[in-house]
Design a protein. Structure first.
Ligand SMILES: *Cc1c(COP(=O)(O)O)cnc(C)c1O
Length: 230
């Protein structure tokens, strides 16, 4: 199967899952996750009309964006070191992996210097697994309130990565917990905070994530095939 065919199939499954959740297909955007993917196949995904390219590494993203341009949006989804904030602000349309105030404050400082407002999602570690990045569920609201005070940061929603399961149904409670957190935060009416986006769902579990309210699904293997071991 080629990239364009894979994208077409995924879009159909996305639309069906959106319908099951009582939403229009247009309420969920597709991100192609491109770590380890060669340039020709990324360009094929852009030509096939993916809305967003998702990158895990700043350095890799810089090279690709310079080559491929801004036809699609570029979003940062990997762990972001504070000392890379300067480059992240210049490269990305949105950063999904803000999980600590120190990072947000540095992004704010760099965004102000560049005269822009950086759109971010707060990454939440719903499962509490120690190997995962993300702010713990219990302190996520405190982080949102603190980041909301930064003038050059705009919070657009939440992101999560549940534990890996063979059966995607087992990921459902983690997606649901993120949606419930979103609804709680929305209810608080914090100024400057828009809880519009829920970035959740990958190749194995995106349909379940959409049923639970995802607005962005992040798909790598489903579009590009299995990744080589790194
Ligand atoms: C790699 C990655 C994905 C995509 O995973 P697939 O299983 O290949 O769809 C999604 N989100 C993040 C944060 C990733 O690192």
């Amino acid at each position: 199967m080629n990239v364009a065919d894979n994208i077409r199939q995924i879009r159909e499954a996305m639309a069906e899952a959106a319908r099951r959740s009582g939403r229009p297909a247009s309420s969920v955007r597709l991100m192609a996750v491109t770590k380890t993917v060669d340039d020709d196949r990324i360009l094929a995904a852009i030509r096939a009309g993916v809305e967003i390219i998702g990158e895990n590494y700043v350095q890799e993203a810089k090279r690709k964006i310079e080559k491929m341009g801004n036809e699609s949006e570029w979003h940062m989804i990997g762990h972001l070191q504070t000392n890379k904030a300067k480059y992240a602000v210049r490269l990305f349309d949105m950063i999904h992996s803000v999980d600590r105030l120190e990072l947000a404050a540095e992004l704010d400082r760099r965004a102000r210097a560049d005269g822009r407002v950086m759109k971010v999602l707060i990454e939440v570690n719903v499962s509490g697994e120690e190997t995962k990045s993300g702010v713990p569920l219990a302190t996520a609201r405190d982080l949102v309130r603190a980041v909301a005070l930064l003038e050059n940061i705009s919070i657009r929603g939440l992101m999560t990565m549940p534990p890996w399961f063979d059966d995607p149904e087992e990921a459902r409670p983690f997606f649901r917990a993120l949606r419930e957190l979103r609804d709680q935060i929305t209810g608080e009416g914090i100024p400057q905070v828009e809880m519009r986006e829920l970035s959740m769902g990958m190749t194995g579990d995106y349909a379940v994530a959409i049923e639970e309210g995802a607005t962005v699904v992040r798909i790598g293997r489903g579009i590009f095939g299995e990744r080589p071991a790194r």
